[in-house]
Design a protein around this ligand. Structure first.
Ligand code: GCU
Length: 340
């Protein structure tokens, strides 16, 4: 731009700004929110579930014209999962994304959806969660002080160990394996002949490093982003569980909002869930590729060995799903004919 033209442009800008100030208008003033709400997430910023949370917050802000602002606190800064859930029951935290491993400690029926070897794969699980069975389980939160908003993906969980690879059931026997603080997860690992060590997610790295535990279990993105591979380089793909995750909200907060804002929140949660699922697929693939290249030893259980793991874990079905065998049956039938 020539100098004269630039001066004119600057002058025009000043005149417009001056006119706004004189008329009392402030051009880019953001609307002041009616509600500023907190969202707890125990994964790091760049993790798919956190990215889903940010999209959720942005959509809610836009669709309420800036009246509902949600502040996402990632990296577990608001506390570990179970303490977050407990605080939410009293409205201390407004939203969270949590693993069913933690949530089922408050609502035991949810254990049904994370039983070992229940699903043939991701498609099977999503068909169940998006159908009438999934809806029934969203309603199990009623009366708990929490409101279910949407399902998030967390892939399949596998075992990983610090000092020797897990190739057979015998390798697991006697190992001290970290599990989520969940009766089901403890029982599952004990059914394999190992001793279960319930620990918070944030403590797993140092427990592996110091030898307090021999092994842990989680999906590829968690193994990667929490850098557990540095201290437990043997990753055994057995896909013993698919533990879905949920976006939840404190009922006390839900009740304070108008039906209009409630509807926006539900709609945005569901949209963010679709986005998270897409990111999840990409991140799982990226983490697996990266860690294979970085030298992690990846063990694929032989079909015979996998059958032995599955067989060993079946005892927990009687213990934790006694009253739900019809639903388990229904879930299994949905998966029939699908390739594992
Ligand atoms: C997954 C899940 C977390 C959970 C963790 C765990 O990474 O996304 O929410 O805390 O498993 O094993 O504790």
């Amino acid at each position: 731009m020539k100098r004269g033209a630039a001066v004119l442009a600057a002058l025009a800008g000043t005149i417009i700004l001056g006119a706004c100030v004189l008329s009392g208008e402030r051009a880019a003033d953001p609307p002041s929110p009616e509600y500023v709400l907190t969202y707890a997430e125990n994964q790091p910023e760049d993790y798919p579930t956190t990215q889903g949370a940010h999209l959720f917050a942005r959509l809610v802000y836009e669709r309420t014209g800036g009246k509902v602002e949600i502040l996402v606190n990632a990296g577990g800064t608001l506390g570990e999962e179970q303490s977050t859930i407990a605080q939410m029951q009293f409205g201390g935290i407004d939203f969270a994304r949590v693993s069913l491993g933690s949530l089922a400690e408050f609502i035991p029926q949810l254990n049904v959806l994370q039983m070992p070897y229940l699903y043939t794969g991701a498609d099977h699980m999503w068909e169940v969660l998006e159908g009438p069975v999934g809806d029934t389980f969203l309603h199990t939160l009623e009366g708990s002080g929490l409101v279910a908003l949407s399902w998030y993906d967390a892939g399949a969980r596998n075992f990983y160990s610090a000092s020797k690879p897990i190739e057979t059931l015998e390798d697991v026997e006697g190992m001290r394996i970290r599990v989520q603080d969940s009766v089901l997860m403890k029982a599952m690992v004990e059914a394999l002949g190992a001793s279960a060590v319930p620990l918070e997610y944030s403590q797993v790295y140092s427990a592996l490093e110091t030898g307090t535990i021999d092994a842990a279990e989680n999906n590829w993105p968690s193994y990667d982003s929490m850098r557990h591979y540095e201290v437990a380089p043997y990753y055994t793909i057995d896909e013993h569980t698919r533990v879905p995750e949920m976006q939840i909200m404190a009922e006390a907060t839900w009740q304070r909002l108008s039906p209009e804002y409630q509807a926006v929140i539900l709609e945005c949660a569901r949209e963010s869930a679709l986005y998270e699922r897409k990111l999840w697929e990409e991140q799982s693939r990226r983490s697996e590729e990266r860690l294979r290249q970085a030298g992690c030893q990846v063990i694929e259980l032989s079909p015979e060995e996998k059958a032995r793991f599955r067989e060993a874990m079946m005892s927990v079905y009687d213990q934790y799903c006694g009253g739900y065998m019809d639903i388990i049956q229904q879930i299994m039938e949905t998966g029939e004919g699908r390739e594992p």
